[in-house]
Design a protein around this ligand. Sequence first.
Ligand code: FES
Length: 118
Amino acid sequence: MSEFHTVAKVGDIPEGQGRSFALGGTMVGVFLTEGRYLAINDFCPHMGASLADGYVENNAVSCPWHAWRFSLVDGTWLDNSKSGIRSACYEVRVEGTEIQVRMALPTPSPVAGCNSPS
Ligand code: FES
């Protein structure tokens, strides 16, 4: 089940920029653009650059390595939207002063053998 998780405080992400946060083993890029927080997977599908370091314009981010552009609204690779290549996107909300991202976190699995008799 997905729930909202606090990743930052309002003011931590300047307008027109992104920041990356680790959440449940996934790096999430959270962006503030035109007064709205948007989140996509931070890992560029091309070669893995951090999209949070990219240039933000018109609800899209350009990857800092080779300038592939991704929609911050739905993760679509805008340079070839019919390719099927997209970044996962996540719902974001602000609760008080906290920026929260909705994600289903993996449940920890028990360590096999840690309570086994020796
Ligand atoms: S690593 Fe992002 S466009 Fe190449």
